[in-house]
Design a binder for this molecule. Structure first.
Ligand code: ZN
Length: 110
């Protein structure tokens, strides 16, 4: 499977978010791999998801920033991946900040 989710080609952010809301969970990778944090800021995780519309895989990185006691900011990054193996490789190579910088494929950083 090497389809690319069409949300990566959309120019409207609300359309993208609406499309990404359809994603289904394939596998939870948790928050750590090889000693690298799989998120930015203070906490988070990565989850491999599948778009049922495009039949494509999307690696999602969720990050939470704690501003103060009761104020959190949530961020989600989306990376188009061709296979589960590619997602696992990204987890093993890059922490939350590195994947944003180093990933050369299609990505959307919210
Ligand atoms: Zn899609």
């Amino acid at each position: 499977m090497s389809n690319i989710c069409k949300a990566f080609e959309m120019s409207d952010m609300n359309e993208q978010k609406e499309h990404f809301s359809k994603l289904e969970i394939v596998e939870r990778f948790g928050d750590e791999c090889n000693g690298k944090d799989l998120y930015k800021h203070h906490e988070g995780c990565r989850i491999l998801k599948r778009c049922p519309v495009c039949d494509a895989l999307v690696l999602c990185q969720y990050s939470i920033l704690h501003y103060n006691q009761d104020d959190d900011e949530y961020y989600t990054d989306y990376f188009s991946v061709g296979s589960r193996e590619e997602a696992v490789e990204l987890n093993e190579k890059y922490d939350g900040y590195e994947i944003e910088r180093e990933y050369k494929g299609k990505k959307i950083l919210f």
